[in-house]
Design a protein around this ligand. Sequence first.
Ligand SMILES: O=C(O)c1ccccc1N[C@@H]1O[C@H](COP(=O)(O)O)[C@@H](O)[C@H]1O
Length: 227
Amino acid sequence: MTLLIKICGLTTPEALDAAIGAGADLAGFVVFPPSPRHVDLALGRALTAQAKGRLQRVALTVDADDALLADIVAALDPDMLQLHGRETPERVAAVRARFGRPVVKALAIAEAADLARVPAYAAVADRILFDARPPKGATRPGGLGQAFDWTLLQGLDPGLPYMLSGGLDPANVGEALRVTGAPAVDVSSGVERAPGEKDPGRIVDFVRAARAAAAPAGPGRAALPLP
Ligand SMILES: O=C(O)c1ccccc1N[C@@H]1O[C@H](COP(=O)(O)O)[C@@H](O)[C@H]1O
């Protein structure tokens, strides 16, 4: 199965075109005002319309309530919802049922014990995304360019496809893939020249490096068709 690559935090038509041109599989749009990558509903609508049919569109939210999710689904028409806050497994199941879109649930990882939550989420989500646990006092739970110890994922079989994120960039994504055998990777800060400002050249470099390093089939790599 081919490695899936997601470029997240796209805020301009030019950056989105760069991700599409580079051959990314998924594009992420952050609807979370504290983020430097926040897109309001009008911009999100325009960008997801531009992306439609060219790659999978992911709307990223943080502890959004049903009213906000309804607005996001209506405006962005995302192919997937990424829940990047403290959503419980029950909340993930409820969002999935209510909005009828595949759900990617982000889990913050800092130590092996953090993986104990995987089965509960694997039972209700369509994808698990592993990200670094943010430092105390962080203004957002992700998009911080911070990596975690990838060896924690070695030998892990969450029972569903997962995505690796957190501090990936063109220089380290190859090593991250070699260590984890991840079937999918997600990047935001690592392809930027400044917070919220994507660098088309770094997007190309990231996709090229990830494809070059994509490992042969491993436990987490099987059965990863997009929904
Ligand atoms: O990108 C953001 O600003 C963001 C805000 C709130 C939650 C998640 C966010 N980004 C996601 O975090 C991971 C890791 O990002 P990075 O590559 O380390 O910058 C990724 O899934 C982003 O989409």
